[in-house]
Design a protein around this ligand. Sequence first.
Ligand code: CAA
Length: 240
Amino acid sequence: MARLALVTGGQRGIGAAISEALLAQGRRVIASYAGNDAAAAEFTARTGIPCVKFNVADYDSCAEALARIKAEHGPVEILVNNAGITRDAMMRKLTRTWWDEVIDTNLGSCYNMCKVVWDDMNASKFGRIVNIGSVNGQAGQLGQVNYAAAKSGIHGFTKALAQEGARNQITVNAIAPGYVDTEMVRAVPADVLEKIVARIPRGRLGRAEDIARGVAFLTADDADFITGATLSINGGQHMY
Ligand code: CAA
């Protein structure tokens, strides 16, 4: 049977492109989502990929959802931790609530999701995990102390877990996307975004498919010697 992939935040933006790329690669794919029922229904109708609603920031919600998925479809063998949010503000306006929301959703989710699939991946001696970081976790970004900290944390998390998984053929890698043409980036004020794009050597925003291509590469069955790596896909914006 085809391997089972789970993509968090997998029905919109970069996540949707990842889900579709993995499906095209012959995987069975499930997309998780947090709240947008209409977008999830539209995505399933268009792609045939089932969507499961749960909160990646909440451990119990992840554990409960993954138990249901396992009972219905079997254990998850490919996990893409893509779900993420922004709460951009300069430090003087950054509230503790916005700090917590971003850390819990973007970084805490990696712990929650990896933890609930980890025993099965070790038992089967196969696993592919890709965590979606960010150029702003590598380079920092004004107005994103919370987001940069969470994404930077993802890069460290990835390297540590890769060392633990290696003995059982579990690879753990990160992708650091640059500015990709999604709703999240379109929310950046136009004048600020214009200046950011002017600093991208490739001269354009990324496309969701540019990132999905990297995920398909890193999760291939024969990609088993690539682990602990961070693949930057940013049009040359930051060379790390
Ligand atoms: N250094 C220091 N201060 C600066 C500055 C700089 N480079 N640029 C501006 N400032 C100052 C301004 O002078 C102003 O100060 P005064 O009020 O004293 O004049 C102050 O900063 C502006 O602060 P405000 O809080 O009033 O600004 P704002 O509310 O209008 O907007 C912001 C702040 C929300 C951070 C806005 O600038 C913004 O959205 N920036 C973009 C952040 C960004 O790139 N987000 C990426 C989202 S996409 C993503 O995250 C995906 C990914 O992985 C790449």
